[in-house]
Design a protein around this ligand. Structure first.
Ligand SMILES: CC(C)(COP(=O)(O)OP(=O)(O)OC[C@H]1O[C@@H](n2cnc3c(N)ncnc32)[C@H](O)[C@@H]1OP(=O)(O)O)[C@@H](O)C(=O)NCCC(=O)NCCS
Length: 180
């Protein structure tokens, strides 16, 4: 666990572990806050405590099996961000799929940049078999995310039209990759 200052916020960053099971309610509150604000993430239906607890358990298993790395940022007990990289399967097991979410009120203070650097380092160290490519998807209208990914060395390699239902429209999704 590490404590770091982002703007005026003192946050702790740590990998997801069994110890987090008792904070399932805080994790639920975090993900549902993103859903409530209609953030530019795939999930659009609020989840319940049972689903969140199952998600955390599954995550810890994948981490133990070296198929996933996962970092959490907390402000006290409040979950304010998460990021993960998960290995693909079979003929895609050289690809690490990246995801990130930061709670409203904690954006634009360098947390995304830091978490992204740390999770990529962790993925290179922990995942097995070894990664060759980082990959992610971003809604075409998610300017902060695309700017962050470009800054971290990701390149747009594809744009798939009409992938996402967003505020009554069908919008495109970018596929971005970074070679290792
Ligand atoms: C996208 C997201 C991860 C960015 O994280 P963040 O902590 O706000 O980003 P940082 O403060 O580290 O800034 C990183 C870069 O993002 C870009 N950025 C951040 N906020 C921005 C904004 N409001 N407009 C445009 N670019 C922005 C900048 O390029 C910035 O780099 P710089 O500070 O060197 O200029 C965060 O806003 C978020 O979680 N949003 C909601 C969920 C989401 O969209 N997840 C990603 C799904 S693909």
């Amino acid at each position: 666990m590490e404590t770091k200052l982002f703007g005026d916020k003192k946050l702790t960053i740590s990998p997801l572990s069994k110890k987090d099971f008792k904070f399932a309610k805080e994790f639920l509150d975090f993900i549902n806050s993103l859903i409530e604000e209609d953030a530019k993430i795939l999930i659009n239906k609020k989840i319940n405590l049972k689903e969140e607890a199952e998600f955390l358990e599954k995550g810890v298993k994948s981490i133990q099996n070296k198929k996933k790395v996962y970092l959490i940022a907390k402000d006290g007990n409040k979950v304010v961000a998460n990021t993960s990289i998960e290995l693909g399967v079979y003929k895609r097991n050289h690809i690490g799929r990246f995801a990130i979410g930061i709670r409203n009120g904690y954006r634009g203070i360098g947390l995304g940049t830091y978490l992204m650097q740390e999770i990529m380092k962790l993925a290179k160290k922990e995942l097995s078999p070894n990664l060759k490519i980082f990959q992610l998807e971003a809604f075409e209208n998610n300017k902060p995310a695309i700017a962050l990914y470009k800054k971290m060395g990701f390149k747009i390699v594809g744009k798939i039209p009409k992938q996402i239902q967003y505020k009554g429209k069908l919008i495109a999704e970018y596929i971005m990759i970074k070679n290792i």
